[in-house]
Design a protein around this ligand. Structure first.
Ligand code: PAF
Length: 284
């Protein structure tokens, strides 16, 4: 496995692979890799000949007071996971390599960035879209792989790629869950043992919404009210939002019709957790 710290080095690795006729799959990450990331790497390896993983804790997607400083950076462990998972090249740049001067050029995906997490993390999706645009320009992959758990991130990136005619495919992979339903996330390691137990209530609430939709309930406000009842079984949980939106545009829905995204964000202690499911209301 090749490890590149600079843009010049990773471009050289990818050029060599391209010269050998290989297709390039790319998994952008902020490190602290877990089984969810490994599933993205496996998906990339199934579809592409050469797999690149980036490990970069992107400062521009963290707001003031968020966990940028404390975000875990276990680089040696991450590199071992990449090696075991058959990654061909890792791009692990420094902040100065990615942002050598004050950044004056930003990618803002309007509308799709605004609801849900956008209301609670102003500027977050601008940082995500900008760093992904930069990483796509640096690596030049045929396809990039993202997890459904970050549904709004996926919607933002898909829209950016479509609007800016970026020549790559965005592949969305299913959310990987712990046996008790908690979606895997690098931030789960912040949870205390009690918070870790409490966190499972989020998936229970999402499952409740799927049951209600299958039973024929269509009023979004009624479904989110029932979900709130489940979530409030854990008094320590501070709900940011419980929303039912169109799975593609992320527009708020009053009635559940077609494919909908049911999404939750909540805090337990200092840890912010997000999760979602896509439910097809026509497939009862
Ligand atoms: O999902 C993440 O880990 C990050 O938002 C990403 C896509 C690597 C951009 O920094």
């Amino acid at each position: 496995m090749q490890i590149a710290k600079t843009i010049t080095e990773i471009r050289a690795c990818v050029s060599q692979a391209r010269a050998a006729g290989k297709t390039v799959g790319f998994v952008p990450t902020m490190g602290a890799l877990h089984v969810g990331h490994v599933s993205l790497i496996k998906a990339a390896a199934e579809r592409c000949d050469f797999v690149v993983v980036s490990i970069f804790v992107n400062p521009t997607q963290f707001g003031p007071g968020e966990d940028f400083e404390k975000y875990p950076r276990p680089l040696d462990k991450d590199l071992a996971i990449c090696e075991e998972s058959g990654v061909d090249a890792v791009f692990a740049p420094s902040p100065a390599e990615m942002y050598p001067r004050q950044n004056l050029t930003w990618v803002t995906v309007e509308k799709v960035s605004e609801p849900l997490c956008g209301r609670f993390r102003p500027g977050h999706f601008r940082g995500v879209a900008t760093v992904c645009a930069k990483l796509f320009n640096v690596v030049g992959p045929n396809a990039a792989f993202f997890g459904q758990k970050d549904a709004q991130q996926v919607a933002v990136i898909q829209r950016m790629v479509a609007d800016l005619n970026m020549p790559l495919e965005i592949v969305v992979c299913p959310t990987v869950r712990e046996p008790d339903g908690l979606a895997t996330s690098s931030r789960n390691q912040y949870l205390s043992p009690q918070e870790r137990k409490d966190a499972t209530v989020i998936y229970r609430a999402l499952q409740r919404s799927a049951e209600l939709i299958r039973e024929g309930k269509a009023a979004a406000a009624e479904i989110t009210r029932y979900m709130g009842e489940v979530l409030r079984q854990v008094p320590a949980l501070r709900i940011e939002y419980v929303s039912i939106v169109d799975a593609e545009s992320l527009d708020d829905l009053r009635r559940v019709e077609g494919k909908v995204l049911v999404a939750v964000a909540a805090r337990l202690g200092s840890t912010r957790l997000i999760d979602n499911i896509v439910v097809d209301a026509t497939a009862k």
